[in-house]
Design a protein around this ligand. Structure first.
Ligand SMILES: Nc1ncnc2c1ncn2[C@@H]1O[C@H](COP(=O)(O)OP(=O)(O)OP(=O)(O)O)[C@@H](O)[C@H]1O
Length: 296
């Protein structure tokens, strides 16, 4: 049985004139990498700020660990909402000692060493923060969130501004933490990157959830079928209502969605003695899924 780590029900938030969240609901289970995805301004940061007790919702409810909004829950959650202000002239260990003090960790060194190892900074532990690259700064920030060995890690746009190598480093860290059994809630607008790590997602737009589910279901549904043939008109007629939507048609190549699998389509064409030059399918990326929902 999966264990519910977070339950969000009908969360609503207004900032004066801006209706930032219009009643969103979702659940996170233990061990998931749960993506809260959507373009800028869709309400991701507002959602995280409410879940971490920084902002108050106008309506709705949420519960961590089936234990409501009790402040004791916060100790079980490590969060990275924005890059924290580390001291530039201190090294990583001394910076993390300060964080450990704030978090009231009594024996900080083992926790600091373990956190630095997890984010791949052990060999730069004694370098001053100001000598770090942006990627290293971000990894140190994730290390700080890991200091109290939380069950859940909440990250807001952890790859923002990083170069491709920095993005790969953060991806590896997140996947490593999942292997350890941690639950990760991550907000991001970079759908291509999230497609590589999330197990489950909600896609938000203008304060609403427009899509939710297992990542594999979202990117697999409505595969796009491509047919190359000089008899496209005949094929359209033959498929009839099984042809759901023509996405693109150029020269002799048609891209469409259908009720039928490519195998079934091929069979149907063959029985009508239509032999196409090429037939193949492409799974939808998260970005395409998002776009097809807002264009629908
Ligand atoms: N303090 C605030 N006062 C007024 N409006 C706000 C405030 N914070 C956010 N908003 C508005 O609420 C909406 C949701 O913003 P939010 O920052 O939660 O979105 P987001 O998805 O995290 O976007 P981004 O990726 O740009 O951070 C936006 O229209 C934003 O302009």
């Amino acid at each position: 049985m999966s264990e519910i780590i977070l339950e969000v029900t009908d969360l609503d938030k207004k900032y004066k004139k801006v209706h930032a969240l219009g009643g969103i609901s979702f659940q996170v289970e233990r061990g998931q990498i749960f993506g809260i995805l959507g373009p800028n301004g869709s309400g991701k940061t507002t959602t995280l700020a409410i879940l971490l007790g920084i902002l108050k919702a106008n309506k709705g409810a949420f519960s961590w660990f089936r234990n409501g909004t009790e402040s004791v829950n916060r100790k079980r959650i490590g969060a990275l909402l924005e890059t924290p202000n580390f001291y530039p002239y201190l090294n990583a260990i001394d910076n993390l000692k300060i964080v450990a003090k704030i978090k009231e960790i009594s024996d900080p060194m083992p926790a600091i060493e373990s956190a630095l190892a997890k984010v791949g900074l052990s060999d730069r532990a004694k370098s001053k923060f100001r000598t770090y690259s942006l990627g290293m700064k971000q990894r140190l920030a994730i290390g700080a969130a890991l200091l109290s060995d939380p069950e859940v890690l909440v990250l807001d746009e952890p790859t923002n501004g990083l170069d491709p190598m920095g993005i790969v480093d953060v991806r590896r860290i997140i996947l490593g933490l999942k292997e350890e059994g941690k639950t990760i809630v991550i907000a991001s607008h970079i759908l291509d990157e999230m497609e590589k790590i999330c197990t489950d997602v909600i896609i938000m737009r203008k304060g609403k959830v427009i899509r939710e589910g297992k990542l594999k279901d979202i990117i697999q549904d409505k595969e796009h079928v491509f047919i190359r043939s000089s008899e496209l008109a005949k094929i359209r007629e033959l498929l009839g209502t099984d042809l759901l939507r023509v996405v693109n048609e150029q020269d002799s190549l048609m891209e469409f969605t259908s009720n039928l699998s490519s195998h079934e389509i091929n069979k149907k064409l063959a029985s009508a003695h239509i032999y196409c030059e090429e037939i193949f399918v492409k799974k939808q990326s998260l970005e395409q899924s998002f776009l097809s929902h807002i264009e629908a």
